[in-house]
Design a protein around this ligand. Structure first.
Ligand SMILES: [Zn+2]
Length: 242
């Protein structure tokens, strides 16, 4: 099984679905690609005097460290932070990434969220999942034989979103926190801005979704209810390897 997880910023995938990705690696030896659409150069709120290029480099190295520890590939599409756009070029580049990864399952931000970068990335993923299997869209790589299943991750703070699929990440929650903490710059930035850090954040959000679903910690998803991105599976969890 090949999974492509897409985020607007360097820590988005880790916060929203890293536990599920760890489980897919450990239980199913899934091949995983992390795609970040922006360079994340505005993520230096703890040190606003740092040059943006330096912040982007720090965040890239943090994202690559997590991907490396997971055994995943890391790709960045280099759009400007806070100004991510659903452009033709971005659609084509993401389509190519999905084709190259031979994606079966795509995890992406939900179509409503607190940040317009997340909303734009959701739209990009919605387009690219269909385009990647479209035989008349001739690009560099072979079209996928089937449109990947598309699942939206949770919104930030779970606001305005009603997930329908819950994954019990309790067995790997400590590992998720350990890898999440590799985003040192964002651990510091969230402490500075919000008074909490990323690990505290997932303790609350994953604990809350766990409370809803009868486990200690859960990540929550919603399948895109749009043909042909909705796949029937043998279980009520995310699409499993066949
Ligand atoms: Zn983000």
């Amino acid at each position: 099984m090949n999974i492509v997880a897409i985020g607007a910023h360097q820590d988005d995938i880790e916060v929203s679905c890293l536990g599920t990705l760890i489980l897919y690696r450990e239980l199913h030896d899934a091949s995983i690609t992390h795609v970040t659409i922006s360079t994340g150069e505005l993520g230096g709120q703890a040190h606003p005097d740092l040059p943006l290029s330096e912040i982007a480099a720090i965040r890239s190295s943090e994202a690559q460290a997590v991907a490396g520890a997971l055994g995943a590939r890391y790709v960045c599409l280099d759009q400007p932070d806070m100004y991510v756009r659903d452009t033709d070029l971005a659609r084509d580049r993401l389509t190519e990434v999905l084709r190259e990864a031979r994606a079966d399952l795509v995890l992406a931000p939900p179509p409503v969220d607190y940040h317009l970068d997340h909303v734009a990335v959701s739209q990009l993923a919605f387009h690219a999942t269909l385009a990647a299997s479209h035989r008349s869209l001739a690009r560099g790589r072979q079209p996928l034989p089937r449109t990947p299943a598309l699942y939206y991750v949770d919104t930030v703070a779970g606001l305005g979103w009603e997930p329908s699929v819950y994954v019990d990440i309790t067995p790997v929650f400590a590992r998720k926190c350990e890898l999440l903490a590799l985003h040192s710059s964002q651990m510091e930035a969230t402490r500075e801005v919000g008074g909490w850090d990323l690990v505290r954040y997932v303790e609350i959000e994953n604990g809350f979704r766990g409370l809803q679903s009868g486990v200690a910690y859960a990540e929550a998803f919603t399948p895109a209810r749009a043909w042909p991105r909705l796949h029937a599976g043998p279980t009520d969890a995310l699409v499993m390897p066949r």
